[in-house]
Write a protein that binds this ligand. Structure first.
Ligand code: G6P
Length: 493
């Protein structure tokens, strides 16, 4: 980081924060927040002081925020490196902004999840929901503007903000209007939809989102593909001037630099965590439960974009086409609860459970359970499974990055082969050393699983080391520092 940046107070904004509270036996207890984006930024917060603005997600969060002076929880209360300001957003506004607009609309567009003959259908409800989404973004912009004003003292000259993800796509422009001249970056942790699909959004909504992000001085993406899709949308739908070679978009008299910053893993820290006794205990339990058989592992949220059902179908085809694997392989499928407020997610979870049960009925034999499906989140058990995996299956329909594809090769004890979707952002870095598959092609996925299981030891371990090296190239601290460099030197290089 340069001297100029070191003087500026760093402000981070994201919907989900680095800490969440729960109330038990009359006391509030803090727990570190979950998910790839939060864990990456939390790791970066350990070396860079920051104020992190997020939404209070529960009554316990609201209570913790209102108990602290000015709603600011300091780093000692949050157990991490950041001071956290939790916003008390009115529940109705939050429900519309988070469940309706962010997760049922923007997430679906960027991951291309709609069953278009039936969905989406933007009716009268959208107007109110979109107003709520604006209000939610305004509350973040107000809090960031206040924090920027407060940052004037204590030898700091000013502040800079890095705003995260699709929930906060309007906030960059709103903040730039409130604090002119403040350096602002936005980072998208999702894919970006190509213009043909992005056009599904009502014109004003699509327009306002692009213009919102272009209020920032720097817009970051996890892969070149998503950055190009964003620039294509800016050019085609907004009429912005785009210079793809230099990564610059000019709109309404303002220039935004576009950057590709793939998030990686802090290998030393992850390995140290996976060497702790709770993980060792889970490894013993898993080895025992699977009888030392070959393991095909997946670890995901039960998320529509993760393509868990086709993954199970590919495994079923493997057992049908290759009876030699009967009794010799187990598929450990960890599919943890996610976004249970949305009916599509509850139905998807049921479909995953049904198919896993059907595979059991078709193939199970005394002493051999071909699929072990776990739906309760257990982090030490996930790390244990990654250490033991022979094959990791990562077959999303579309994914911003996919950090599990990076974590498993770093953790693997015996050289795990990664069967990886071409549609995951991680494929840009890992593709050469993984077995790439079209996530819709169940038979190709089945063949890749077979190839992974039969790959000679020497090849599997050399591929795994290459994957681990790629995966640890940009640990979170470096990833964030690169964005700050780009923000402060937009035209360099
Ligand atoms: C994943 C995505 C992020 C997103 C987050 C939200 O981690 O990669 O882009 O912000 O999910 O998940 P949540 O559980 O907070 O809805």
């Amino acid at each position: 980081m340069t001297d100029g940046q070191a003087d500026r107070q760093l402000l981070i904004a994201s919907n989900r924060g680095p800490v969440s509270f729960s109330r038990s036996n009359g006391t509030l207890t803090a727990r570190r927040g979950g998910g790839g984006m939060v864990s990456g930024l939390s790791a970066a917060a350990e070396d860079t002081p920051m104020v992190w603005v997020c939404a209070a997600l529960s009554d316990a969060d609201r209570e913790a925020a209102s108990n602290s002076p000015g709603g600011l929880l300091d780093a000692t209360e949050t157990g991490g490196g950041a001071a956290v300001r939790m916003l008390n957003i009115p529940p109705k506004v939050y429900e519309s902004a988070y469940n309706r607009v962010a997760n049922s609309t923007l997430w679906f567009v960027h991951h291309m999840l709609y069953d278009t003959p039936n969905q989406p259908s933007f009716g009268p409800a959208l107007t109110g929901e979109w107003d709520a989404f604006r209000q939610y973004n305004e509350m973040f912009a107000d809090a960031l503007a206040t924090a920027a004003q407060e940052a004037g003292g204590a030898g700091r000259t000013s502040a800079q903000a890095v705003i995260q993800d699709y929930h906060l796509c309007l906030a960059p422009r709103m903040l730039a209007e409130r604090v002119p001249g403040m350096p602002i970056a936005h980072f998208s942790h999702t894919p970006w939809a190509p213009p043909e699909y992005y056009r599904l959004l009502p014109w004003e909504v699509g327009h306002e989102i692009l213009a919102g992000i272009l209020g920032a001085d720097h817009a970051g993406f996890l892969s070149q593909r998503w950055a190009h899709a964003f620039m294509d949308c800016c050019e085609t739908l907004l009429g912005a001037k785009v210079d793809r070679d230099r990564g610059l978009v000019s709109f309404a008299g303002h220039l935004t630099s576009i950057g590709v910053h793939p998030l990686g893993v802090d290998a030393a820290q992850l390995r140290a965590r996976a060497a702790e006794p709770d993980v060792i205990e889970k490894m013993a339990a898993l080895a025992d439960a699977t009888g030392g058989r070959r393991l095909i592992v997946r670890v995901d949220r039960t998320e529509l974009s993760k393509n868990i059902v086709r993954g199970l179908e590919a495994y079923r085809e493997l057992l049908r086409a290759h009876p030699e694997w009967h009794g010799k392989v187990v598929h450990l499928a960890f599919a943890y609860p996610s976004r249970g407020d949305l009916p599509e997610y509850r139905e998807y979870t049921a479909a995953v459970q049904r198919l896993a049960a059907e595979i059991g009925e078709e193939f199970a034999a005394p002493g051999w359970d071909p699929v072990v499906l776990e739906v309760n989140d257990d982090y030490p058990r996930s790390l244990a499974a990654c250490r033991l995996a022979d094959v990791l299956l990562v077959n999303p329909i579309r994914d911003g990055m996919n950090l599990v594809a990076k974590e498993a090769p770093i953790l693997s004890d015996r050289g795990c082969v990664v069967v990886l979707s071409t549609e995951a952002g991680a494929a840009a870095e890992l593709g050469r050393h993984a077995l790439l598959v079209n996530p819709f092609d169940v038979m190709q996925t089945m063949r890749a699983l077979h190839e992974a299981l039969t790959m000679p030891d020497e090849e599997r371990s050399s591929r795994c080391s290459a994957l681990a090296a790629e995966a640890s190239a940009t640990p979170p601290g470096r990833w964030l520092a690169q964005q700050l460099d780009a923000l402060n030197h937009p035209l360099a290089g």
